[in-house]
Design a protein. Structure first.
Length: 234
């Protein structure tokens, strides 16, 4: 239990980090690249099966060193560019070290699977020591996640023996999902350009009320400021 608690604390720390990044992005950029975050810790049975499969010694130190996906975190984004944005945010943190990176977006798997996989090392502080815990992070778009989830269900329904016809159709579906990602990214970029041009033309400023941000014309905000100033002077 103490061994597994370390992974629980590591996931909690990363989730807190991501929550802070989400709020900061929303406040500064009026946009949040993180749609959803889910996490899991392998059960003792799954850990033992993987340890035997890898042929590592059945002791805590060996398992901790060789099995690096005991704790897993999955981040879903709206757009492909968000994936690399989040990756860079994690890389730039002093308390997180990227141990391994596999980019299945630029080089998809044979079945069409796309995702960015990272193995990171996270420091946690116990009552009597500091530990560095491995966590696997998967970052993918909503479309990539949708395809991967359904592919996984079909894969295990056929007990890992998928008929060739279905295998081909799954690969074609992965291509369609990728085309959807590219199309939505292009629309997103175009809308940002339109939004930027409108904001420049209208000279809008922002007013924050109870953690909500409102875009209002500068003359109106200036009139409010002058009214408040006159009231204070009287």
């Amino acid at each position: 239990m103490r061994f597994l608690m370390g992974y629980k604390f590591a996931l909690s720390k990363i989730n807190t980090t991501l929550d802070i990044l989400k709020q900061e992005f929303q406040y500064i950029h009026d946009y949040n690249p993180i749609e959803n975050v889910s996490s899991r810790i392998k059960s003792p049975d799954s850990i033992m099966k993987k340890a035997q499969k890898k042929g590592c010694d059945l002791n805590i130190l060996s398992i901790k060193d060789q099995i690096r996906d005991i704790a897993g975190l999955r981040i879903t984004c709206s757009f492909e560019s968000d994936i690399y944005e989040i990756r860079d945010l994690l890389v730039n943190r002093k308390d997180i070290v990227i141990i391994e990176e596999k980019d299945y977006i630029k080089a998809p798997k044979g079945n069409g699977y796309r995702s960015l996989h990272l193995i990171i090392s996270v420091p946690i502080y116990m009552s009597d020591r500091e530990e560095h815990v491995f966590v696997e992070v998967q970052i993918r778009t909503i479309a990539m996640d949708f395809w991967a989830s359904l592919e996984h269900k079909i894969y295990y329904k056929y007990h890992k023996e998928i008929p060739e016809r279905i295998r081909i159709e799954l690969s074609e579906a992965a291509t369609v999902a990728n085309q959807l990602d590219l199309k939505m990214e292009a629309l997103h970029t175009e809308m940002n350009e339109i939004k930027a041009s409108i904001s420049a033309d209208e000279d809008l400023e922002e007013l924050q009320l109870e953690n909500e941000r409102f875009h209002l014309p500068f003359p109106f905000l200036n009139s409010l400021f002058n009214e408040r100033l006159n009231s204070d002077n009287n």
